[in-house]
Structures are given as C-alpha cells and as structure tokens.
Write a protein that binds this ligand. Sequence first.
Ligand code: COA
Length: 178
Amino acid sequence: MFGPLLKGAHVTLRPGREEDADHFVRWFADTEVTRYLNRRMAVALYQEQEFLKKIGESKDDVWWMIDAQGKAIGATGIHLINWLDANAMTGIIIGEKDSWGKGYATEAMKIRTRYAFRELNLHKLMTEVDTENVASRKALERNGYRTVGIRREQNFREGKWKDRWLGEVLRDQWERSG
Ligand SMILES: CC(C)(COP(=O)(O)OP(=O)(O)OC[C@H]1O[C@@H](n2cnc3c(N)ncnc32)[C@H](O)[C@@H]1OP(=O)(O)O)[C@@H](O)C(=O)NCCC(=O)NCCS
C-alpha cells in the first residue's frame, strides 16, 4: 500500500508515482548511497517500475516517497507488517546526497512512527542498521528506537565483515517520551 499524504515542517511523505522509478535507478547505482544498505546492487528502470507496482499492491507494506523543497529526495516504509502481533520493520533511504545532514530523515521517521502507532495501531517497530551508519542510528534514537542487540558480521563490505545494530521502539514507550 502507499501511505497517504503527510506533511511535516520540512518534508512531505506522499504516495509513489510511476515516474518515481527514475530516481531509484540513479540512487541505487551510487555506492555512496547504498554503502550501508543490505541491498547494494543497481537496478534497471523496469525493475523499479515493477517494485513500485508491487509495493503499491502489497497488504503488508505501507510506503511513501519523501519530498523536500519541492523534489523527491528519498523513500521510507513500514514493511513486513504482522497485523496479528502488531509489529513491523521500518526502513529509509535519502537518495539525494545534497539532502543529507539537514534533519530530513529524522523528520520523516517522526511522521512515519506517529502514523504507525496512531493510525495503523501497531505495537512495535523494528529495524537494523549498519553499525557504521551513525546518522541513521541517531535519527532512529531521536525517534525512540532503543538497542536490542547486535547482529555480528552480517555484511561483507569494503573487505571487512560488518555488524548490524538492532533497534526497536515500543508504542507505550514512544507515547511516554512524546
Ligand atoms: C542515513 C540517512 C538516512 C540519514 O539521513 P539524513 O537526513 O542525512 O539524517 P539527519 O539529517 O536527520 O541526521 C540524523 C542525525 O545524524 C547526524 N548526522 C548526519 N549526517 C551524519 C554523518 N555523516 N555522520 C555522523 N552523524 C551524522 C545528524 O547530526 C543527526 O544527529 P542529531 O539528531 O544528533 O543532530 C541518509 O544519509 C541515507 O539515507 N543514506 C543512504 C541510505 C541509508 O543508509 N539508509 C539507512 C539504512 S538503515
């Protein structure tokens, strides 16, 4: 499913559109962007068009494009939603590098977290981040995610094995902190 239009002070989360596929072809071809991702291979336009169709039709994902200053800068989603146990995985990519370090990921996560708890009635959100991805972890912690463990030597990158940080946020803990 595509999530609805949600406006923040600096970023807007919006449903995907067919023409968004072009952005991902460029973003996923850039190793600086994919460095910390599980997925590090480039994609062809037709594969991204298929992805957009698939995610739009999925019953277990809620997914948005992220706009800032009038252009698409990335995407975020709530994935693998377990409607029975009310938990899900979250992810984000800010693909436009000139949009890094401006607080956009932090704000997009804030909007996403609120939507997950207040509208989808989820109980817990989970994620994993490369331990060297300081910015992503900080943005998650700003939004209430806390350490639950470290997955050891999960990714092979730049000639070395890298650990992944496992973070979770529980709704009641998030409600109390807000
Ligand atoms: C990681 C990513 C999501 C961060 O997005 P962003 O919009 O640049 O993040 P923000 O500007 O909201 O910054 C979040 C925090 O990290 C800090 N930060 C930003 N860039 C940083 C950097 N290069 N090194 C260290 N800290 C950094 C910010 O100061 C902020 O910390 P604060 O809340 O203490 O001030 C973005 O760079 C990205 O999508 N990268 C490519 C894909 C990826 O790695 N996705 C995440 C997979 S888990």
